[in-house]
Design a protein. Structure first.
Length: 220
């Protein structure tokens, strides 16, 4: 997959939506982020004292914009599907996988690695796009168009597509137990018409309104 043509703002943002599932009472955590981009989220956790050690992994190294990278304890570039870190076995308290698994050939392999890297009571937080969103229905079934895009559900670097049910099944197939799941609508802090409609309809159509799902799971 070619990540070089991605705009720099694709990599530079703090994932507050993912961190919404974090227990902010915990401090000095050892945190690994797979798909760390420029390391913005990890750097934020370190600055806030939530993390004591932060390690980032990303498949793409942006040589042209090296100044954008945040200072982490360690930054590793390469394909997580083939990389291995035996020194980190049973090491991390928390592993973040923000919109990563859908880019992989074998996402379960990476989840198994995450399982190995976590401490006994460790947790993972995963976010993934939801192909059941109504925009996918409009695009594919009404317009007859499966054109890939720069970002979003039809990001051209996506290899796999999932509904909420399938995301949960994937995570739990790698010996994790889901302890929390939130849709992008309920995770959104602002006001929106879609959010109001979702509440009025008792969340009956929530999966059609949600562009993403966020899962927190613990190691078993």
């Amino acid at each position: 997959m070619n990540y070089e043509n991605k705009a720099s703002d694709y990599y530079s943002n703090i994932r507050y939506d993912v961190l919404g599932l974090l227990d902010h009472k915990k401090t000095n955590l050892k945190v690994l982020e797979i798909g760390a981009a420029y390391g913005e989220t990890l750097f934020y956790l370190k600055e806030k004292g939530i993390a004591g050690e932060v390690v980032g992994v990303d498949i793409f190294e942006d040589i042209k914009n090296k100044e954008n990278y945040k200072k982490l304890d360690r930054f590793i570039f390469g394909n997580i599907e083939v990389l291995d870190f035996p020194e980190y076995e049973n090491y991390f308290d928390l592993i973040l996988l923000p919109d990563v698994l859908e880019h992989l050939i074998e996402p379960k392999i990476v989840l198994k690695k995450a399982h190995q890297f976590l401490k006994k009571d460790g947790e993972i937080i995963v976010s993934m796009p939801n192909i059941r969103h109504y925009s996918a229905f409009v695009k594919i079934f009404l317009k007859g168009d499966f054109k890939y895009e720069e970002s979003g559900i039809f990001d051209y670097t996506h290899r796999r597509f999932y509904c909420r049910k399938n995301i949960k099944e994937l995570i739990e197939s790698a010996d994790f137990k889901t302890i929390n799941e939130v849709s992008s609508i309920r995770n959104y802090k602002g006001k929106s018409i879609v959010k109001i409609v979702n509440i009025v309809t008792f969340r009956l159509f929530e999966e059609f309104f949600s562009t993403q799902y966020f899962f927190k799971a613990k190691k078993i």
